[in-house]
Design a protein. Sequence first.
Length: 94
Amino acid sequence: MVLMLVIYGGLFAALYFFMIRPQSKKRKEEQKMRENLRVGDEIVTIGGIYGRIISLKEDTMVIESKSDHSKLTFARWALQQNLTVHDDDVVKKK
C-alpha cells in the first residue's frame, strides 16, 4: 500500500515538473511581454502578420502592417512575439 502511494506521488511530481510548471512559467513570460508593449514596437501576431504598433489600449492594439501600411486592430492576446529590443530589457538580463 505504501509503495503504491510512493509511486503515485512520484508520478504526480514528475507530471508537475515536466508539464505543469514549464507551462505556467511560459504563460507568465507571455503576460509580461504583453504588458510591456510600447507604441512603435515591431511585432508578429499569432496569424503571422508582421507590423508596428501605432496605438495601445487596455485589451487591444492597432498595428500598421509592413506590406501595404494598412491599419489592423488586434486583441493583445493575439500577439506572438515582440521583435523590438529595448535598452532597459538588455540591462535587466545582465
